[in-house]
Write a protein that binds this ligand. Structure first.
Ligand SMILES: NC(=O)c1ccc[n+]([C@@H]2O[C@H](COP(=O)([O-])OP(=O)(O)OC[C@H]3O[C@@H](n4cnc5c(N)ncnc54)[C@H](OP(=O)(O)O)[C@@H]3O)[C@@H](O)[C@H]2O)c1
Length: 298
């Protein structure tokens, strides 16, 4: 049966993937800041919505009464969150509180996206119930958003993910795979950190796991990342091999040389057993993800 699904942040990478996936079988109400960045706007509804405007969120709920809400909207610039803590809290925490209260009122199931940055990276890969200890304000805001849901009375699921990659239309933010692919193909020298380990996540995989949560009406916390754990340096070397580019152009550097405002966890990665067993999640390998991306770009 067709469901009404509200997506926030639909102009972002995950948001766009969700619109394309879910509009096939459901009534999708896509919302984001400004106008819609997806050019083919057939088969879904677009409404401009700032999730920090509680009354405007309420208007959308009254109009469409969504059974499911997927909150992808967030302030995702990790260093920017250190500089703009009030705005970060407003978007990443307070707005999630509004959404949870309104979801409770309308009996909507809220699916919220969280991050590996809630962990300090000392003991990765992590299980769902491992102890969180964020190192950055962004990570803290994501942890606080999880706590908002855990205390709320709405139906909720939290999907935690790591380094999303993929392509979509008119993206406002680059991702490491798109950036690395371009630089490698142009023969640029790349200085890449080898002391941070992650599981890059194909945006399509995360969209699929959101759909699995909807199909199973699942609640609780689920890890939802790629399955391969590697250093950022290894990620770019694997890309150089995949694109048949010169991997000697990829130089190892340490995180300290980047002088970034926000501290990053050294080693994250997720144990995916729960989402594989309970949701039927089947993430692609990194190279399978690159293959899919190549087809989309060409
Ligand atoms: N990207 C990653 O590597 C990563 C890793 C772990 C977790 N996550 C989480 O995964 C989710 C999706 O990430 P993503 O990479 O798809 O993010 P993204 O590409 O940055 O998209 C987020 C979208 O939310 C919109 N937005 C920002 N503030 C908003 C507001 N107040 N009201 C409505 N929309 C707003 C943004 O609009 P503008 O572009 O106009 O600002 C953007 O279109 C986020 O919750 C993020 O925290 C991402």
């Amino acid at each position: 049966m067709s469901k009404t699904i509200l997506i926030t942040g639909s102009n972002g990478l995950l948001g766009q993937k969700l619109v394309h996936l879910l509009k096939q079988q459901n009534l999708v109400v896509a919302t984001s800041l400004g106008s819609c960045l997806i050019s083919d706007q057939s088969d879904f509804i677009y409404q401009s919505l700032d999730i920090t405007e509680e009354n405007n969120v309420l208007v959308i709920f009254k109009k469409y009464k969504p059974q499911f809400v997927i909150n992808t909207a967030a302030m995702t610039d990790v260093d920017g969150c250190e500089d703009h803590k009030i705005l970060c809290d407003k978007i990443n925490v307070t707005a999630v509180n509004y959404l949870s209260k309104i979801c409770e009122k309308f009996n909507s199931h809220l699916i919220h996206i969280s991050s590996d940055f809630i962990f300090d990276g000392e003991n990765g890969p992590y299980k769902e119930n491992d102890h969180a200890n964020p190192l950055s304000y962004y990570g803290l805001s994501k942890l606080k958003s999880e706590q908002v849901l855990q205390k709320s009375n709405c139906k909720w699921a939290i999907l935690r993910t790591i380094i999303l990659y993929g392509t979509a239309e008119n993206l406002q933010r680059n991702n490491i795979v798109l950036w690395g692919r371009k630089a490698l193909k142009e023969g640029q020298n790349l200085n890449i950190i080898d002391d941070q380990f992650r599981s890059p996540t194909l945006a399509e995989d995360l969209a699929q796991v959101c759909n699995l949560v909807i199909e199973k009406k699942a609640t609780g916390i689920y890890n939802a990342s790629g399955k391969d754990i590697m250093s950022i340096y290894e990620m770019v070397v694997r890309m150089a091999n995949f694109y048949k580019c010169d991997k000697t152009l990829v130089n190892k550097i340490s995180s300290a040389t980047l002088n970034q405002k926000a501290k990053r966890p050294p080693k994250t990665g997720f144990i995916l057993d729960k989402s594989i067993k309970e949701l039927g999640y089947r993430p692609h390998s990194f190279e399978e993800g690159l293959t899919l991306l190549e087809k989309q770009i060409n």
